[in-house]
Design a protein around this ligand. Structure first.
Ligand code: SF4
Ligand code: SF4
Length: 428
């Protein structure tokens, strides 16, 4: 069976696949099914394909690869499913089997080369990653360079990439690895701040804002040195060897037993960190680590915000990051925090928990599908009349920003924590 790539051979998933009753209740929640109404690009269709392989009726082939990689991994189907089918895990395992055993169709060579460079070469190396981020950081510091995007065709990757680079934070600041930001007033908790890779390189201002808001709320904020990428992008691309190594690095970096929580401000990273026990096959240290991981909104909501929020006179809406709403089941906490900001007019976004089409590198690997999904999202945002759209994940922030810029809308994208920080800074 091994040479046929038998899904379930190493990570038996047959019982999880069997949970699907084929009721179809997930179909309308699925962005790729809603686009083309094509059964193999629905959750039920993908489960069927994986089950065929698991039961030995089909090989791991290019057809399976195509439909698994057309999936956004948004996990909206998990939320909709009455049978608790763990689609995210099944997808990751399916892609892992595709990369491990699947036949290498010539159409997949480009992806394999990109996958090797991005996830097996650059991301595991701090040096190469730092070099790779330099052009984006230069554009971030020199905003006029952004206009270069108009030199490239509308749907080109370079134009999209330039549109996605987030502006430097107006509040400024950054957190330094190996430092502790001390709590203001009476100490209520001691937390570790997860800084990751892309967030650290392009969203340093969000980390600084997170540390300020946590300190303002009575937390000592420890920024452990040695921490690195959570491994989510690798796992989503069916890559486990380097993801596992990166997970071990983070377990060691956050081994301090005095930390009450490990706070993360990126929804995708948070979902991955909470899943370390599964990645590391039930490892006890990973289990203890995962139990302490909290999304920043989840942590602050449970802790309760201190007084001192100042007014932000703005109309704002909120886009649920898939890995927060569907991956971690956190929907109310971000909204409950936002509505505490004096002066802020919060308006619900229609279909707020529908994917924006970013989905890791999906916007690069499936540009047309991603663009179609984004267009719908941007129309929904425009309809709210919001001046700001708030979210909690770097990929969503960059995708929304590119979509809004392409439509020449003035709506700003900001992180939930930046909005809270802005409010505290305008307070007494
Ligand atoms: S993860 Fe998202 S895109 Fe993939 S099958 Fe589920 S709902 Fe559809
Ligand atoms: S809702 Fe769940 S059980 Fe029903 S078809 Fe979708 S995955 Fe299967």
């Amino acid at each position: 069976m091994a040479d046929r790539g038998y899904i379930g051979e190493q990570h038996p998933q047959l019982s999880a696949l069997d949970r699907c009753t084929r009721c179809g209740l997930c179909e309308q929640a699925c962005p790729t099914y809603r686009l083309e109404h094509y059964e193999p690009d629905s959750p039920r269709g993908r489960i069927f394909l994986m089950k065929e392989v698991a039961e030995g009726r089909a090989a791991v082939d290019a057809n399976l690869a195509e439909h698994l990689y057309r999936c956004l991994g948004c996990r909206a189907c998990e939320t909709a499913c009455p049978s608790s089918v763990p689609f995210g895990e099944l997808l990751e395992d399916g892609r892992y089997q595709v990369e491990l055993h699947g036949e290498l169709d010539p159409k997949r060579w480009g992806w394999r080369t990109f996958r090797h460079l991005a996830f097996e070469t650059v991301l595991p190396s701090r040096t190469l990653f730092t070099i790779a981020m330099l052009p984006a950081q230069i554009v971030q510091q020199l905003p006029p360079l952004r206009a270069l995007r108009f030199l490239f065709p509308r749907r080109s990757l370079l134009r999209k990439a330039l549109s996605m680079i987030p502006p430097a934070s107006t509040a400024g600041g950054a957190v330094k690895a190996g430092t502790v930001i001390e709590a203001e007033g009476t100490r209520r908790a001691r937390v570790g701040l997860f800084t990751g890779c892309v967030m650290d390189a392009l969203f340093a201002g969000v980390h600084a804002a997170t540390a300020r808001v946590l300190a303002r709320n009575g937390c000592d904020v420890v920024v452990p040195s040695g921490q690195w990428c959570c491994g989510a992008l690798n796992v989503h691309a069916g890559e486990r060897r380097h993801a596992t190594e990166m997970a071990r690095v983070n377990l060691a970096a956050f081994a301090d037993p005095t930390l009450d929580a490990i706070v993360v401000n990126s929804a995708g990273c948070g979902a991955m960190l909470k899943g370390y026990a599964s990645l590391l096959d039930g490892d006890a240290q990973a289990q203890r680590f995962a139990e302490r991981v909290k999304d920043a909104s989840e942590f602050l909501f449970e802790l309760g915000l201190r007084q001192g929020l100042g007014p932000v006179y703005e109309r704002a809406t909120y886009q649920d990051a898939c890995h927060l709403a569907h991956g971690q089941g956190i929907r109310q906490a971000p909204r409950a925090l936002l509505v505490q900001i004096p002066g802020l007019k919060f308006v619900e976004l229609p279909n707020a928990d529908r994917c924006c089409g970013a989905a890791g590198v999906y916007n690069l690997t499936q540009p047309d599908r991603s663009a179609a999904i984004l267009e719908e999202k941007v129309r929904d945002i425009e309809a709210t009349g919001a001046q700001s759209v708030v979210t909690t994940n770097p990929g969503c922030a960059m995708q929304l920003q590119a979509g809004l810029a392409e439509r020449r809308l003035q709506t700003r994208v900001c992180h939930l924590i930046e909005m809270l920080d802005r409010s505290y800074r305008s307070g007494p």
